[in-house]
Design a protein around this ligand. Structure first.
Ligand SMILES: [Zn+2]
Ligand SMILES: [Zn+2]
Length: 275
């Protein structure tokens, strides 16, 4: 089933009653004092801030530029596979990438909405560092579509936790924002604090796959109060971006230790190839 971003409309060039110069001035002010002006400004594209009809949309250019992930992809890690890979005659749904065949992930499966390209990078960046939370409903709907039945039948939706210090600096956990949006979209229970970091980890940036895995060893655990709900459960684990899958694997290992039946990882974006 091809995956298309939901709700998309043509960009609005000039909103009624707002002349271009005034509009530019307003947008400059918006960058400085965003929160107050949000209520006065017309809605902007989630990725590039071009004006759009309604909040929570991509403009035509970003919509065309965004690379959504469609079959064939690896049944385990969700990495897109070249169509030519299907020489085996297997249905596309049963194909695995070489990496998952030699080294199966701890999680049951991973799915993502977008390839982590320029548009996805801007979406994730704004989610992390900006105050733009108006995209929540769209993010929830996109994740729900990428997760399909695994999302709609989840027993529990759980975000990848941030380290405490990072949570303070950014004020919120973007994985938790996405998990909440998904939970509202599919009406399945959210356990925002089910997985916690039990020791601080270095930033994953610039580490090799092996270094990432060892950096994260035993870094996560399931909170005691959630153990009864996790045992035997179909878990959807939510994060913003998947790179090597090391973080997802480390969280999945903690959930497995707590007795989770299946773990489906859902991310807004993923790198095209494991780095
Ligand atoms: Zn745009
Ligand atoms: Zn794979």
């Amino acid at each position: 089933m091809p995956l298309e971003p939901v709700n998309f409309v043509e960009p609005v060039e000039t909103p009624i009653g707002l002349k271009p110069a005034l509009q530019r001035a307003a947008m400059t002010c918006a960058a400085v004092a965003k929160s107050g002006l949000d209520l006065l400004l017309p809605p902007q594209c989630l990725a590039c801030r071009t004006l759009v009809d309604r909040p929570g949309l991509l403009c035509a250019k970003c919509f065309a530029g965004a690379q959504t992930i469609a079959p064939p992809f690896c049944r385990s890690c969700g990495v897109p596979l070249p169509s030519a890979a299907n020489v085996s005659g297997l249905p596309a749904i049963d194909m695995s990438c070489g990496r998952c065949l030699t080294e199966p992930p701890v999680f049951t499966r991973a799915r993502s909405v977008f390839i982590y390209d320029e548009v996805a990078r801007r979406l994730v960046h704004d989610l992390k560092y900006g105050d733009r939370l108006e995209g929540r409903a769209s993010f929830g709907a996109w994740l729900a579509r990428a997760g399909g039945e695994y999302a709609t039948q989840a027993d529990l939706i759980v975000p990848v936790p941030l380290h405490y210090f990072r949570l303070v600096r950014r004020r919120y956990n973007q994985a938790a924002v996405l998990a909440k949006a998904l939970s509202q979209s599919v009406r399945r229970p959210l356990a925002v604090d089910a997985v916690r970091r039990i020791r601080p980890t270095k930033s994953q940036t610039g580490l090799s796959a092996a270094e990432r895995a060892s950096n994260l060893r035993r870094a996560f655990a399931v909170r005691n109060k959630w153990l009864p709900r996790v045992k035997g459960a179909q878990i959807v684990l939510v994060d913003d971006v998947m790179t090597t899958g090391a973080t997802a694997n480390a969280c999945a290992r903690a959930l497995k230790r707590a007795g989770a039946a299946e773990i489906t990882v859902l991310t807004l974006a993923r790198v095209k190839e494991p780095m």
